[in-house]
Design a protein around this ligand. Structure first.
Ligand SMILES: Cc1ncc(COP(=O)(O)O)c(C=O)c1O
Length: 386
């Protein structure tokens, strides 16, 4: 690691500090080579954008309105929003969005809008929902009920029907998963709308948590429809997952008419406060913009196809050593029984676990070689123990 001193006030790092940084860099590089369990690709290269890191950039305020703070990347952010809006079946004139700090912030945004729209509403979410959602519900003080999940992680439609029936006098806020965290299951929006119709619930809001699935399903032919063309109200997608970024990021999209109801003009920044954070990352919109413009729809489509092929390869290889593995349709999350793989191997490969399940996720950096080495590690340990 080379040090660059760019001001008189700076003093050089001492040798032990440089050594500390180098040691950590090597640790990270080694760990990144054993990175199988979490939905973040390590395959990206934003070095072209390095010079932007030398400016105090900040995307404070609404990306679609001029602001007094000019050191921003709003014009790139708008293009990123436009790309995702089209990906999610939106008529660009109807939908608004911004680049968030990640999927969690996008979910918070959707829940906040829904709660503002329907203060008396009841929010329904499945037990397979991401752990951050109950926390968000407490933060925005939204009334909510947890619905059972099926074995594959998809919401239990029968339980949803029965629960909605009891509260059919209240506006319904549906929090749908477009790829659950543990098993990549997709809640079927058509089924959910059908249930609302059967119960004659006229006032409802549907938010889709498409943290991973939002950058997967649109590239798979015949995959479930989850976007604005399926008549939903807001969506959250993570940017650092499928696209990849060294800084966490995501996209929040919502119908403009809902956003208008929470928008406030702020004199201090000379613009509108429509986002959750005040100061916002101006670098991540550049990363996303760069990825979109260098890969394009066709590039992402190829990446998704390759990820699915590797997921199937992983399933076949795990089964070949007697470990039953499976994935949901249109998912790259490979699920297997936690007890089948020794804890030491789960840790070495950073495999995520929850209750009886473990999963690996074949993000774009995961190759057949990674899977082979993972399988080899399991085999070797089995032999040593035998
Ligand atoms: C389904 C789902 N929703 C939300 C999140 C949170 O997203 P982020 O980590 O980008 O905040 C995750 C993260 O893994 C997720 O899997």
């Amino acid at each position: 690691m080379n040090e660059v001193l760019n001001s008189e006030e700076m003093r050089p790092l001492t040798a032990d500090k440089i050594q500390k940084l180098n040691k950590h860099l090597h640790f990270l590089q080694n760990e990144a080579d054993h990175f199988l369990g979490y939905p973040c690709t390590r395959e990206f290269d934003y070095q072209t954008l390095f010079q932007f890191l030398q400016l105090p950039m900040n995307n404070v305020g609404d990306p679609f309105r001029a602001s007094r703070y000019h050191l921003n990347s709003h014009q790139f952010e708008r293009e990123v929003v436009d790309f995702f809006a089209r990906l999610c079946g939106a008529d660009a004139a109807e939908v608004w969005g911004y680049v968030t700090n990640g999927g969690t912030e996008g979910n918070m945004y959707g829940i906040y809008l829904a709660r503002e729209l329907f203060p008396q509403g009841m929010l329904y979410y499945s037990e397979a929902t991401h752990y951050s959602v109950p926390k968000i519900l407490r933060m925005v003080n939204a009334r909510s009920i947890q619905i059972r999940s099926q074995y594959n992680g998809e919401i239990d439609y029968r339980d949803l029907f029965e629960t909605l029936k009891i509260h059919r006098d209240l506006p319904a806020i549906i929090f749908a998963n477009i790829g659950t965290t543990m098993t990549g299951a997709v809640d079927n929006i058509e089924n959910i709308k059908q249930i609302l119709k059967q119960l004659s619930i006229k006032h409802y809001y549907i938010h889709c948590d498409a943290a991973l699935g939002g950058m997967l399903l649109p590239f798979i032919e015949g995959a479930e429809s989850f976007g604005f063309d399926a008549d939903i109200d807001s969506i959250a997608i993570s940017g650092h997952k499928m696209i990849g970024s060294p800084l966490p990021c995501g996209i929040a999209l919502a119908r403009k008419k809902h956003v208008d109801s929470i928008s406030r003009a702020i004199e201090y920044i000379g613009t509108f406060d429509t986002t959750i954070s005040g100061s916002r990352n101006a670098i991540t919109p550049l990363f996303l913009w760069y990825a979109i413009n260098t890969k394009g729809f066709d590039g992402f489509k190829k990446i998704c196809q390759r990820c699915i092929e590797i997921a199937d390869y992983a399933i076949a290889e795990l089964r070949a050593i007697g470990i039953e593995a499976w994935r949901n349709p249109n998912s790259i999350t490979v699920v297997f029984a936690r007890r089948k793989v020794p804890e030491i191997i789960l840790k070495r490969w950073q495999i995520a676990t929850e209750k009886d399940f473990a999963h690996l996720i074949t993000m774009s950096h995961v190759s057949r070689n990674h899977i082979d080495r993972f399988i080899q590690d399991i085999r070797q340990l089995d032999q040593e123990v035998a």
